[in-house]
Design a protein. Sequence first.
Length: 553
Amino acid sequence: MVCSKSASRRTNRRRVKSQRRAELLHVVEGHERKGDVAREHHLYEDAAQYYQNALNIRAVDSSDRYRISEKRAYALFLGGNPRAANQWLERALPSHLQHLGTTPEAVELLLQRAQFLRVDAKFEAGLPLLQRAIEIAGRLDNPRFYKLANLAMALCLNTLGRYESAEEHLAAAGQLTEKDDTALCVTYYRAHALVAASLGRAQMAYRYFESAVRAAEDDPDVFRIVGIWENYGLSAITLGNIELAKTCTERGLLIARRHQIAWSIPALCLRYANILMKMGQYDVAHRYVLDALSSVAHAPVLEEDIAEFGIPLALRLNDRVLLTRCARSPVLRIAFQSKAPGGIVGVAAAFARFYIAQGEVRKARMLLNRALAGVDVDLYGGLSLEVARHGANADIPQARRLLEMRTEMPASNVARACLALFDALVAKRRKELTKMHEHAQEAVALFTVLHWYGYVDEARSLLPSVSDTQPVQMYDSKPFANTPVLTSRERQIADLVLKGSTNREIAAALSISERTVEVHMTSIMSRIGVRSRHQLVDHIAHEQAGRTGFHDA
């Protein structure tokens, strides 16, 4: 009888324990479901919290814990603080890998960790993780993950400027088959496109990017879609098609805003501002930089972009508040630790310009020298041009070689234009005026074809027609007084533009809003038949010199 009662009590305890576990698992399912719904509605921080609530329940078994952990990490990654995903996954990685062993899930986790490291600008730190993923996928004889791991390695190596090694991993990934899913196809095309663009193979790069865009139509991963458009835009700049770069970046920013990918929005705002600056549209670029700075998102790669694009713009517009926000010295450490040429050259060039503005020439030259020693690639010519402007004479030959290497590639329009401007700036330093004028004229022509009007303005400032005999900023006459196509208010605004006033300064001078100034500027350029401020100035300079002028427009 006693034994029967003891057995009955044990059975009841097991039943209660089983029932309690079932109830807890039901709660886990509820939290996970709420997290999924929140993520579908782009509420990534809420989703991360729901997933964390699920993980806090001890009844979760190991397989469910891994799945929910992965969801939480991705929700954090898409939110305003992607570093939180990195920190959390870094803590969880050893135990997860120990549990997963050599399984496809382990490969997936390693690939995810390597991707997240990019946000922290720790590209080189991802290489051993990717190599381990390749080795596990090879032992598993899993073609899908073997391809994915090699493609991810190619992308990482490309970012680090190791193009030959990147091509080797592209070859190791092999070709696509009918069995390959959307995620693999998108990654395949993207990797091939980026490596081709880095090597100046324009047509191949564009073809692969278009394939990636088509494949991404069926991709549920919005972050991957945004990444394609961002990469497409960056590559188009490298290959000399800034209008295409502008369109691609606009598309990526639109999707990022629609899906509220918190840290992608400011990143794309800064990329877009960079394009606008190259096109000479500084006031509009200023608004996008401020938009990026208003974001709550934080990530080292964002800080790099803020410095690279914000510092030159702040100096150009004499915005001291913006300059203080963008010129934060820890960013230099992040850039150099990343080992990525893109980050190093952009951030170093920006800070060198900042130091020059502060009168710290020696500090600027030391920084430029350090950057040259750390890279052998300068895709956009920014570092080389900064050396030509302010670097030490001993660094000029090496900086020029970086541009010469790019001119030897198939699509070399950007490099050739930068090289012409480089030689003009060096000739200016050496007081070789004839050479300066020759190279500056070539740079004006090449940058005009590229629509890099910001650089056209700098090259034109080295020509005697503008810098010596016709200083644009010094006009005192009313050049539009006899131009019947403009209204009196438009003549006032055009006159202030010719004197070098920004939209903000014009608005203050005329007691109107900046938006009203923008509307008038659009009308002025449309009536006269020009597309930018520098063209407006160029037209009136020609008129003043007795050449072709506004009356012909």
